[in-house]
Design a binder for this molecule. Structure first.
Ligand SMILES: Nc1ncnc2c1ncn2[C@@H]1O[C@H](COP(=O)(O)OP(=O)(O)O)[C@@H](O)[C@H]1O
Ligand SMILES: [Mg+2]
Length: 152
């Protein structure tokens, strides 16, 4: 199942943003989660975000990476810096090959958890970022893609 906040797909006339930096990280341990937080913080600074936006993006990355680790049996995070006319942005892709999410609508609700967590991670990450896209299938894993732009 796919859920996306963005409707406009790139076309020949609107080719989408240019990817200027691409880095990948493993998310398979508590140490990895710490590494990811630092790496995403550094990337937001490179991108030109102020402190408030840095923290928004780091919080979203942290929640999604933790989900991949806790619920998805570990996964990967890619961090991309984006350039488009009028601004720059950061794209995070968090993927795992865990059990997937049977009901994405339910999982996005605040307070919904199957793991004894607080249940604010997925919905929180969606609210913190400008674009949110989730692709998941029971038994076939979960990939969440989020983007934050410096100017909207
Ligand atoms: N990567 C994932 N793989 C499988 N299930 C997930 C994943 N991410 C989230 N979920 C499901 O969505 C629920 C809600 O996630 P979240 O809002 O982060 O809350 P929490 O992690 O505190 O349980 C989780 O309890 C879990 O059932
Ligand atoms: Mg969570």
């Amino acid at each position: 199942m796919t859920l996306s906040d963005e409707h406009a797909a790139p076309t020949a006339h609107h080719p989408g943003p240019q990817v200027t930096v691409h880095r990948a990280y493993e998310v398979r341990s508590d140490d990895d989660l710490l590494t990811v937080r630092h790496a995403v913080r550094a990337a937001t600074i490179e991108c030109g975000f102020g402190l408030v936006d840095q923290t928004r993006v780091v919080t979203a990355a942290s929640e999604l990476a933790r989900n991949a680790y806790v619920h998805g049996k570990g996964g990967t995070l890619t961090v991309e810096l984006l350039a488009r006319p009028g601004g720059s942005g950061i794209r995070l892709v968090i993927g795992d090959e865990g059990p997937g999410i049977a009901d994405v609508g339910a999982a996005l609700q605040d307070g919904f958890t199957t793991g004894g967590g607080l249940g604010h991670g997925l919905g929180g990450a969606r609210r913190l970022m400008d674009e949110f896209h989730i692709d998941t299938c029971p038994g076939a894993g979960t990939t969440v893609t989020v983007v934050r732009w410096t100017s909207r």
